[in-house]
Write a protein that binds this ligand. Structure first.
Ligand code: NAD
Length: 359
């Protein structure tokens, strides 16, 4: 059987790591019909938008997509293509496994944390009021009248909605993932002591959903304490369920615990569609240099193979990546200590080495 998959190369380092990933995925023996479409700054001139309809249509048709990173201009220009896709396709779960592979330079050697981040709500819902705008001033008036709180007139405001519906949905997803993957414990991350009506709701709903899964242990941590505990003893954690903002921050923290962004995969998953992509961005300064690590996108490919129920191929590719890391001969600069940098290989040579391990 062959799988129809949308491939979005992205920009910056995206096209190089996408090509390396396509090659290793094909080398597993699984058959793919790739539909290649692109998004981001590079397509604006042609389509008038960084997220052309044909990209979303392709994903809706194929149901599964794998994507390289896309640059988002800071402060001006278009809103993030990534956020746009997650919203348009209702990809409410962001899955970010953070696992140490022997041989990766890292402070820890036995981390295996899965971050399940809510992708649609919280401070990333996109409800923002610009400083001095008539809407911001009206909102400030409303808050003064109704909450007796004075907000300075020169404030910008971002709203943090967290719903029962969205929270039940993400906890159910996480507990089902725990059950399907034989994981033992789910930890809810929050700041419910301060934000009682948003994070407090998140925690209360999480506790309720946990009752439906008695075989899985449930606990919670306040987010600031969580960051400290992750740095001190990350091996104690299993699955973390986080609202959007904390999930974003903790994903990068956990990527750092297991060797950095070069080995941190991700997936955005909804009930109908799934989009697989590395956690890292487009690293524009390395564009076209055949230098960066393709493993984060390849490991996102491993997640995609598991989603497609190609478990054997997923194990084969993950084992080949792990073997190349353990050997340490065909790895990029980010996987080597400063004194060994001269031995680093390029992006496409990493793909060659992984393909050789699968033969
Ligand atoms: P970045 O992740 O692109 O790069 C930060 C640094 O991490 C790089 O300079 C490099 O040193 C290192 N790095 C990243 N990926 C690497 C890899 N595969 N191998 C080796 N080293 C790697 O973060 P940034 O510079 O903050 O963002 C650049 C652009 O990417 C921004 O426009 C941002 O909005 C965008 N971005 C996109 C996505 C996405 O498409 N999902 C995610 C994050 C950031």
């Amino acid at each position: 059987m062959s799988h129809n998959v949308t491939l979005i190369p992205g920009d910056g380092i995206g096209p190089e790591i996408s090509e390396a990933t396509r090659r290793v995925l094909e080398a597993t023996g699984v058959k793919f019909n790739w539909e290649i479409v692109n998004a981001g700054a590079d397509v604006v001139a042609e389509y008038g938008t960084p997220l052309p309809d044909m990209v979303l249509e392709s994903i809706r048709k194929n149901k599964v997509a794998i994507k390289g990173p896309v640059t988002t201009p800071v402060g001006s220009g278009f809103r993030s293509v990534n956020v746009g896709m997650r919203k348009a396709l209702n990809l409410y779960t962001c899955l970010r496994p953070c696992k140490t592979y022997p041989g990766v330079p890292s402070r820890y050697d036995n981390v295996d944390i899965v971050i399940v981040r809510e992708n649609m709500e919280d401070l990333y819902a996109g409800i923002e009021f610009e400083k001095g705008s008539s809407e911001a001033l009206k909102l400030i008036e409303f808050i003064k009248d109704n909450k007796k709180v004075e907000i300075r007139a020169d404030s910008g405001i971002s709203i943090k909605p967290i719903s029962v519906f969205g929270t039940e949905r993400i906890f159910r997803w996480a507990f089902k993932y725990a059950r399907d993957n034989k994981r033992k414990r789910v930890t809810a991350v929050h700041k419910a002591n301060i934000m009682k009506y948003s994070d407090g709701l998140f925690l209360a709903v999480g506790r309720k959903v946990a009752e439906e899964y008695p075989e899985i242990e449930f606990e919670d941590r306040i987010v600031d304490n969580m960051t400290m505990q992750l740095v001190k003893n990350p091996s104690q954690f299993d699955i973390l369920v986080c609202p959007n903002l904390y999930g974003d921050i903790l994903s990068d923290l956990c990527a750092g615990l297991v060797g950095g962004l070069g080995v941190a995969p991700g997936a955005n998953i909804g009930d109908e569609y799934a989009l697989f992509e590395p956690t890292h961005g487009s690293a524009p300064k390395y564009k076209g240099m055949n230098k960066v690590n393709p493993m984060a996108m390849m490991l996102s490919g491993v997640l995609m193979l598991r989603y497609l129920k190609e478990e054997k191929a997923a194990d084969k590719l993950e084992n080949a990546i792990a073997a190349v890391i353990a050997e340490g001969k065909s790895v990029t600069y980010d996987m080597l200590s400063p004194d060994k940098q001269a031995a680093a290989v390029g992006t496409s040579q990493v793909a060659d080495a992984i393909i050789a391990k699968m033969k």
